[in-house]
Design a protein around this ligand. Structure first.
Ligand SMILES: N[C@@H](CCC(=O)N[C@@H](CS)C(=O)NCC(=O)O)C(=O)O
Length: 204
């Protein structure tokens, strides 16, 4: 069994769980309760990951793994899967798409923390705007690439982008990201119906 510090709201944990579903490993993951927060440190998670962030996972042979990129690649290697293309252009394309999806998430997460974690009298609109500008720029890049995407989560780059868009739906519905991004919206409408995406929908 793998022990995973889990949160149903975390899009990075979702990357791990979508990968596990696709690789047939989801039943081998024991979910541990966690409450990651940028200020209120969760010492339970810190026992696995000094950064006290989720996802963090202990393997059957006692390795402590973090973050989502490392855990997803570990699961792929355990299952001898093909979520991470081994070499050449497909590998770099896939890893760069993962960076784009994670970067969209990092910016969205910082925007959310600015409004829900930072005291109201210390909030700064310029910070929020700067992070949301990154989200919009990532969406513009995804829109250019979307006509070439496969409609199933068979690659870590697409899984990351899918979890990024799913997070916008969950926490930033008011952004209405589909407007102005028709190719991305059409791609995600099908991708999001895959059983691995359906089984990992965020909830509170
Ligand atoms: N790069 C990390 C990001 C993980 C991350 O930021 N997780 C959030 C939860 S969605 C967290 O643990 N936040 C607590 C904190 O910022 O300390 C990954 O890909 O796993």
């Amino acid at each position: 069994m793998f022990k995973l510090y889990f949160a149903p709201t975390s899009p990075y944990v979702r990357k791990v769980m979508v990968s596990a579903h696709c690789l047939g490993l989801s039943e081998r993951i024991e979910k541990l309760e966690s409450a990651a927060h940028p200020v209120r440190r969760d010492e339970r998670i810190a026992a696995f990951n000094p950064l006290a962030k989720v996802p963090a996972m202990q393997t059957a042979d006692g390795l402590m793994l973090y973050d989502s990129r490392v855990i997803c690649e570990y699961l792929d290697s355990q299952a001898v899967g093909s979520l991470f293309p081994r070499e050449g252009q497909p590998r770099w394309l896939s890893l760069t798409r993962q960076a784009l999806g994670d970067g969209l998430l990092d910016a969205a997460m910082l925007a959310r923390y600015e409004t829900v974690a930072r005291p109201a009298d210390k909030q700064w609109d310029g910070w929020l705007d700067g992070q949301l500008t990154k989200v919009w720029a990532a969406l513009a890049e995804i829109e250019k690439q979307a006509p070439h995407f496969s409609h199933v989560p068979d690659d870590i780059g697409l899984i990351s982008l899918g979890c990024g868009l799913g997070y916008l739906d969950f926490r930033f519905a008011s952004l209405n990201w589909r407007a102005g991004h028709p190719a991305t919206a059409a791609w995600f409408a099908e991708f999001d119906q895959h059983p691995a995406m359906v089984a990992t929908r965020p909830f509170e």
